[in-house]
Design a protein around this ligand. Structure first.
Ligand code: UD1
Ligand code: CA
Length: 463
């Protein structure tokens, strides 16, 4: 059955004290609003509508390129019920299970959404509410039940009597599954005569109960899944919870962590068995790590693919491919377009950009290699660099197989060094070097015997 998900994200989030909308703040490497959208996606929602308002452009930008997300603009923020009404007015009647999620409730799991949908369809409910029992219910809407235990209404904290605030500890998570047809038919019945003068979506529950429409609640066993993020403090709490969730899963799958509280792995990252993640490692984006690797300490990889048995130590890398058995770092910087082939080595204080380092080739110390195609078995001496930029254009360097480049060599691109060539240390290479040749560009060395002591004597006399 097709499922519609509506994610409310039009609010301001004043408690974040930010120039950016609350839902654009990041939880690990993804903005808050991405999480409920992704959970809905994983739960099989085939239509995902995000309600935007405040800083709408910034919220839309979160989903740039995702063609499964639609947006509806809520120009005036008159409450959560108003937001859903605006969606109905924009896209037409709801049909089938319609899940409503809040953009500031990022820890919700796909399986919980699925359970909510299953309950709604199995019981033919007009609405199923996801509830929770947080240790401190202050601020949350409270669930009211009759003597038989049936849900009769949700009362917002601000609209509760002091007795209700004490007695009602079961809280509304802000996540619901509605029967789309009945939501469309009745949403206009929501009024705004309450403490905040807002149209509350939560009033739907009382409206249905009065009509005799079936409504029920599922109480989440773990309230932390439903933590709302309203402040930076809650953002850091949510970060710790999601970090723990992801790291526990990885360890269960066979990944070793010396200290999981010092490893941060994004939700789309994969890590193979027997790989070790050392402290202060961050793996972001679509990064994937193979088996038997050692990553870290002090490493941040974004959209990096690492094959098996590689080691990456104290490295920052983006949009890079590292083949099996390659070794990187400590203190390497791998920029977009880098490809390190099998068993290549990139060492200390080395920067690589848009270059292929061939199989078994080594760039061990203090080098910059940019826009370069390097063959197999090459050795680049310490301090050697490619001069790929003339101030206007970028140029390519081509280095053949088994080339030996002496230390402190400048390779001024465009330039080609043929297979098996030798380049003498400290050369500035501005012309192509044929295969098997020696290229040396260096001024002659002069020797003046006894010069040092004679100079000292002379300087002393001049005093
Ligand atoms: C809401 C619930 C409350 C529940 C709590 C759980 C209502 C009336 N109350 O309260 O029962 O316990 O969440 O966290 O729904 N939004 C819009 N447009 C609007 C108003 C809000 O898009 O006009 C969005 C906000 O951006 C936010 C979400 O809806 O993502 C929730 O709104 P918020 O004002 O934070 O509701 P709460 O007071 O937290
Ligand atoms: Ca909230």
């Amino acid at each position: 059955m097709p499922i519609t998900a509506i994610v409310l994200a039009a609010g301001e989030g004043t408690r974040m004290k930010s120039r950016h909308p609350k839902v654009a703040h990041k939880l690990l490497d993804h903005p808050l609003v991405w999480w409920p959208v992704n959970a809905a996606r994983e739960a099989g929602a085939d239509r995902i509508i995000v309600v935007v308002g405040n800083h709408a452009d910034e919220v839309r930008a979160v989903f740039a390129g995702d063609d499964d997300v639609e947006f509806v603009e809520q120009a005036e923020r008159l409450g959560t019920g108003h937001a859903v009404r605006v969606v109905r007015d924009a896209v037409g009647a709801f049909d089938g299970p319609t899940v409503v999620l809040y953009g500031d409730t990022p820890l919700i799991k796909a399986e919980t959404i699925s359970a909510l949908v299953a309950e709604t369809t199995a019981r033919h409910n007009a609405c199923t509410v996801l509830t929770m029992l947080p240790p401190d219910p202050t601020g949350y809407g409270r669930i009211k039940r009759d003597e038989s235990g049936a849900v009769t209404a949700i009362v917002e904290h601000k609209d509760c009597t002091p007795e209700e605030r004490e007695a009602l500890t079961e809280c509304n998570s802000g996540i619901y599954c509605f029967c789309g047809g009945r939501l469309t038919a009745n949403i206009d019945k929501i009024g705004n005569s309450n403490a905040q003068g807002e149209y509350y979506l939560t009033d739907m529950v009382g409206i249905y109960a009065e009509m005799g429409e079936p409504v029920s609640a599922i109480c989440a066993p773990d309230f932390t899944e439903l933590l709302g993020v309203n402040s930076r403090n809650q953002l850091s709490t949510a970060t710790m919870i999601i970090q723990e969730r992801i790291n526990s899963r990885l360890m269960a799958e066979g990944v070793t962590m010396l200290n999981p509280s010092m490893v941060w792995v994004g939700p789309e990252v994969t890590v193979g068995r027997d790989t070790e993640l050392l402290p202060m490692t961050m793996l972001w984006g679509t990064t994937s790590i193979g088996d038997d690797c050692v990553i870290g300490p002090n490493t941040r990889l974004t959209n990096v693919t690492v094959a098996d048995e590689a080691s990456v130590e104290e490295t920052v890398g983006y949009d890079t491919v590292i083949d099996s058995g390659a070794t990187v770092g400590p203190r390497a910087y791998l920029r977009p377009g880098t490809h390190l082939c099998e068993k290549a080595h990139v060492g200390t204080h080395v920067e690589i950009k848009n270059s292929t380092i061939g199989r078994g080739s080594k760039v061990p110390h203090l080098s910059y290699i940019g826009d370069t195609q390097m063959g197999e078995g090459v050795n680049i001496g310490a301090g050697s660099i490619t001069c790929n930029y003339d101030g206007v254009h970028k140029h390519r360097t081509t280095i053949g197989d088994n080339v030996f480049v002496g230390s402190d060599t400048m390779m001024v691109a465009p330039v080609t060094i043929g297979d098996g060539a030798l380049v003498g240390a400290s050369s500035c290479i501005t012309h192509d070097v044929p295969a098997d040749a020696l290229a040396i560009e260096r001024s002659e060395q002069h020797i003046i015997k006894g010069y040092a002591s004679a100079r000292l004597e002379r300087l002393k006399k001049e005093q």
